[in-house]
Design a protein around this ligand. Sequence first.
Ligand SMILES: [Zn+2]
Ligand SMILES: [Zn+2]
Length: 802
Amino acid sequence: MREHLSGVQAPMTTRQRQRLSVTGIVQGVGFRPFVYGLAQRLGLAGFVLNDSRGVAIEVEGPAEALTRFRQLLLAEAPALARIESVTVEMLPPRQETVFVIGKSQEGRERTTLVSPDVATCAACLRELFDPADRRYRYPFINCTNCGPRFTIIQDVPYDREQTTMRVFAMCLACRTEYEDPADRRFHAQPNACPHCGPQIHLELWTEGEPILAASSAESEEATPIERVAQLLARGAILAIKGLGGYHLACDALNAVAVQRLRRRKHREAKPFALMVPDLETAQRLCWVNEAEAALLQSPRRPIVLLEQRPGSPIAPAVAPGYRTLGLMLPYTPLHHLLLHAFAQALPAGRLPVLVMTSGNLSEEPIAYRDDEARQRLAAIADGMLSHDRVIHMRCDDSVTRLVAGGEQLLRRSRGYVPEPITLAFELPRPLLACGGHLKNTFCLGKGRQAFVGHHIGDLENLETLASFREGIRHFQRLFDIVPEAVAYDLHPDYLATRYALDSDIELRLGVQHHHAHIASVLAEHGLSGPVIGIAADGTGYGTDGAIWGCEILLADLCSFERLAHLAYVPLPGGEQAVRQPWRMAAVYLARTYGERFLTLNIPFARRLDRSTWRILAQMIARGLNTPLTSSLGRLFDAVAAILGLRDEVSYEGQAAIELEMLASSVPPDDQPSYPYALLRPGQGPLQIDVSPLLTALVDDLQRGGEMARLARRFHRSLVVMFCDLCQRIREISGLSQVALSGGVFQNRLLLEEVVNELQANGFHVYLNRRVPPNDGGLSLGQLAVAAARLAAECGSSTVPAR
Ligand SMILES: [Zn+2]
Ligand SMILES: [Zn+2]
């Protein structure tokens, strides 16, 4: 927050007039009524209005009252407001006597921030369940403090006419609230009631299904939400329209329903998110500490990953192989009503918990239009509970958790987007960064603000590509950004890269994948480097064409030097090797033992099909579709397969996650960690050879060591290895700042132990806290690198040294 005061300070008792320009998230969060109330309280005259840069205020009155006004403006601002700056300018008094709320003004330059969607507030919730209230059980109740924002805004300034609420003409009662500065719905743009606002409707698709047939007799008087609740209680799967798209819902305690949903959605193993009515229910399923409870209950309402309590009644198919559950609390009035009705529809004593997973087939983006939902979800759901308020921007639920003393986002979307990340430096020109291939996000920036877009998903099909293009266009309009340069990943086949190279922006900057990961940490923390960067990752295109993924870098925002990496191994079959961890196990064992590995007395060697291995070995020998890789993710896959966890996966990272879960099931022991070797052929970076590690692991396995202990020791060995390498680099470079990023650092055990070990050895450790460490954070890093390079080229000093 900055406050600039220009003009001459007059004696305290004289009448003054000041113009205050407030920037930040100050529209759509009840800021104008707050200012109005404050001015009334202090007896000040003047006006407040929204303009395209934020909120403009003119206040007139005694000097001391104006000072008090400025103090309280900051101290008592509405909970959802995020004030970035207040500029104060002295004006000649006009002898006005009243304070008014003026009409929005659209200026030439747009810099207004748009609020993310906000969960139903306590005041609205009370009215929702109050039979005397005129909005009793109305699923679209909201006020200036809560409700849809980002997902319904088509343009700025944020006014009803620029949202998808435009089509609903307010009734007299609603309009009166909307126009009364003393009302908590004053200028609440989505304001509505049962008489004038959006309505819900229920469609059943599988009329023949016995689940649905029985229900018609159930209750003639049931509301659509009550009917949906009854159907869910009997095991149905329903599509439910939410804030940023459709969910697929079913009873999370009903194993048959959950299995059916998995089968129909073609989602074999990835965990489903759950919605519980309240914190108490969450606490019955999972261990929830205070910080986690705060995150669950925050107005952002993300899915929070929590450790499941033993004996929880959740169907095992919800999160197979996981010790965690992803829980969220209701965030729209419709959700509150649904969970309430669902609890009533269940037999007494049964916990009301709903699976609420994205409404899509695996790999497709979440459905958000009604016709689209009908088309795409009819094969999965038995019907849909929809409504006629249009979703303008699709937006998935965010996924987060608490790790190493702070938040770690795994997916940054609803509730967080489009809040910008403020950079420590001014961007030399407006920029677009296209992000990566998996878990794509884009990032647009100008000034000191980086707007990381909502989660787009894996850019593998036309649907997601269309969603990516739409998203970029929308952000460009909302924040008035015309990019003059574009940053992209070096992988030539990524659709995001092709988008950048095909665009009409002439200034294009390729950014190496792992440099971008490390830069995302620097950008978040206002650092420019140099730092020691550890990128622990699955897949990222290297400058030598190999697939990198365990990289120790010396990096600043402009450039990086590759100091060390996991020694290259072949990745036979490319993507195929990602889906089949057994291939990596065979590759690593063959590299360690030669052909002799087939005779090892371990289950993996015994069960490996000899002829399949011959084909693979030939493929490697001929270099057929066999790139080289230093991926840490693939080493995790190899170890998981060697320990017999799984030979094939249905999504990237599945084997690594199981290895982590297994390792976390036992406490650390005092056995020494496994050894590794460092090689330096020629002048290149150090190569980390894990043959000694694998030999020791196999020895332990042959001696009948407990799997969980071996998994734990493997994790410990990586921790020791990373810390050793950082110490070596510190000795040479004097650097003691370490930035950690990359998808493998979603491994909580690994991340927390690396952080502890580094801190115990005197390092300052920086992590991603505001964007994901996975590829969802790449775009921010790309943007920061591109900006630093452009700034260095034009010789300006916009990148401060620290
Ligand atoms: Zn509210
Ligand atoms: Zn109304």
